[in-house]
Design a protein around this ligand. Structure first.
Ligand code: SAM
Length: 278
């Protein structure tokens, strides 16, 4: 086997989702770079890959140092290294980017063995536009961070995709409700596992669902693209925000409804949301 670095995707749930080429590569390499040796050894055993090879961990706290160690193994000891993560595609919300960067600087042979990636599977399941999407990684853990992350993408005309955990999803959906109102969103969970499901609706609808059915498992949250601006050319929300600074809700709603032809009810709902945010 050629010395170098092999980026190998592993399953995100169903063991059968790894490719024969990936299994063969994992069998042949000398060294496995992984996040957690216990998780990886268990996976490799299930896949029938012998454990008589070297394991080196790679995570946020040691990536720089261990990357150098791996480079030395490839360059000086002529070894082949497979980079895997606990699940799915390495480097996608997982370690590896610094290692790849360093290997490229050193002109080390690098190849990728494609496979599962939760964000792609979630997009495939959700039925939201996929022609343009943006992956934003994990949602910040604090309400302020969450709100900032969502405000940033609010006007994006692309589907946005976030990784989330079951324990945080309800808090996140509350913030989504405040910021996106009735925008269509989707949550895909437990992809490729027994209880795989993808739920589409508004944030309020999904909150109601998860209040009845305790959220469980691994999740991907998707938010549909910002709607096209009204034909009037006015950015309704921005215009309302400005007028509400020195006018009553009633006056601002009446004026904008008359000027744009958009129903008072619709404008009023946006005004209420703005007031609520304040
Ligand atoms: N590298 C992985 C990939 O290729 O998707 C992602 C690793 S990231 C640390 C873990 C997050 O991915 C989970 O918190 C969840 O948001 C998402 N995820 C992983 N497996 C999943 C699954 N089977 N169903 C839904 N989401 C999943």
């Amino acid at each position: 086997m050629k010395k170098g670095l092999y980026i190998v995707a592993t399953p995100i749930g169903n063991l059968g989702d790894i490719s024969p080429r990936a299994i063969e590569t994992l069998k042949q390499v000398d060294v496995i770079a992984c996040e957690d040796t216990r998780i990886s050894k268990k996976l490799l055993s299930l896949l029938g890959v012998g454990l008589n090879k070297e394991f080196i961990t790679l995570h946020d706290h040691n990536e720089e140092v261990h990357a150098e160690e791996l480079i030395k193994k490839i360059q000086e000891e002529n070894k082949s290294v497979a980079l895997i993560s606990d699940a799915g595609s390495p480097l996608i919300s997982d370690p590896g980017y610094k290692l790849i960067r360093r290997c490229r600087q050193e002109n080390i042979y690098i190849t990728v063995l494609p496979g599962c990636c939760a964000l792609i599977c979630a997009l495939q399941l959700a039925g939201l536009p996929t022609n343009k999407f943006m992956f934003c990684g994990f949602i910040p853990n604090k309400d302020k961070g969450r709100a900032e992350a969502f405000e940033e993408i609010k006007k994006l005309k692309a589907t946005t995709v976030f990784y989330e955990t079951a324990s945080r999803i309800l808090k996140t959906l509350e913030v989504v409700k405040k910021i996106f109102g009735d925008r269509e969103i989707a949550v895909a969970r437990e992809i490729s596992k027994i209880y795989e499901e993808c739920l589409n609706g508004t944030a309020a609808g999904l909150i109601a669902h998860f209040e009845e059915h305790t959220p469980k498992g691994e999740m991907v949250l998707m938010i549909s693209p910002a709607p096209e601006e009204e034909k009037t050319g006015i950015d309704l929300e921005e215009e309302l925000r400005q007028r509400l600074q020195n006018k009553s809700v009633k006056t601002a709603v009446k004026e904008l409804s008359e000027e744009t032809g958009i129903s008072k009810k619709e404008v009023y709902q946006i005004a209420l949301r703005i007031k609520d945010e304040e």
